[in-house]
Design a protein. Structure first.
Length: 259
């Protein structure tokens, strides 16, 4: 696992945005770059930088196919709190990605399990995800895969823990009662199938999860810890998120990851 530590959120966002942008630019024109994407506060800095690069003519999404990690059950795509609205407002409406290349789970589907199976099939039909960009929860969850979710899980319906509901209440006027209690989410196995995984972590409240992911044992208690077994993972974090890593680990990563 590579661990990139940058002093500030802005610096870590710039590193991640540039790293993924370079991969998109190098993709052969004969096939699309298939990119998995997250929502939430942490990736917004990356999205802003991608939009700026597109506006300057430095980056195009015309050959990118995207699959988002998750969506709330019961929220229509035009609901202000849906991840559909979040993604179009923060990225898709601001870059040149063809609408047909965007894939987001439908939380209003009549057959939720069928929707999830179709999503897995769509990922396979696209040739698999080249790079999955993601965040990490305070308890180490990735997407909506809460602690003790099987590492082999595929896209499916997830019940959110009280901690996740509380954390996401800020997007619902700080009213936990408005936060949906279920979501559709790619599975841990789905993420692990990606050719590359890049996880973003910012802030002191993510520090313990970062420690568990990098230095802790592989455990269902911290879903992200399974990434230790992936052959191509990069964790990009700011100084606060790296604050619980051992001094030896921080010294090693700062000395060897200077690019």
């Amino acid at each position: 696992m590579r661990v990139i530590i940058r002093d500030t959120y802005e610096m870590m966002s710039k590193w991640a945005a540039n790293a993924v942008a370079e991969k998109i630019k190098k993709q052969e024109k004969t096939k699309p770059f298939v990119l998995g994407l997250p929502t939430g506060s942490t990736p917004q800095g990356v999205y802003r930088l991608w939009v700026e690069a597109k506006e300057k003519g430095l980056l195009s999404f015309s050959n990118v196919v995207t699959f988002n990690m998750d969506e709330y059950v019961g929220l229509s795509p035009d609901d202000e709190n849906s991840y559909h609205v979040f993604m179009y407002r923060n990225l898709f409406d601001l870059v040149d990605i063809p609408k047909e290349n965007v894939h987001i789970l439908d939380g209003t589907a009549i057959d939720l399990e069928g929707e999830c199976q179709a999503y897995e099939s769509a990922i396979t039909a696209a040739g698999g995800i080249a790079l999955f960009l993601g965040g990490i929860g305070r308890d180490g969850h990735i997407a909506f895969n809460e602690p003790y979710t099987p590492f082999t899980s595929r896209t499916g319906v997830r019940t959110l823990t009280a901690d996740t509901v509380a954390a996401n209440a800020r997007f619902f006027g700080n009213d936990e009662g408005r936060v949906p209690k279920r979501a559709l989410s790619v599975g841990i196995g789905t993420v692990m199938d990606a050719g590359e995984v890049m996880i973003l972590a910012s802030g002191r409240n993510k520090a313990h999860a970062v420690w568990e992911t990098v230095e802790g044992p592989i455990s269902h208690k911290c879903p992200a810890s399974v990434l230790q077994l992936h052959e191509n993972v990069t964790l990009v974090c700011d100084g606060e998120a790296a604050s619980e890593l051992s001094k030896d680990a921080v010294r090693f990563f700062r000395e060897t990851e200077t690019a």
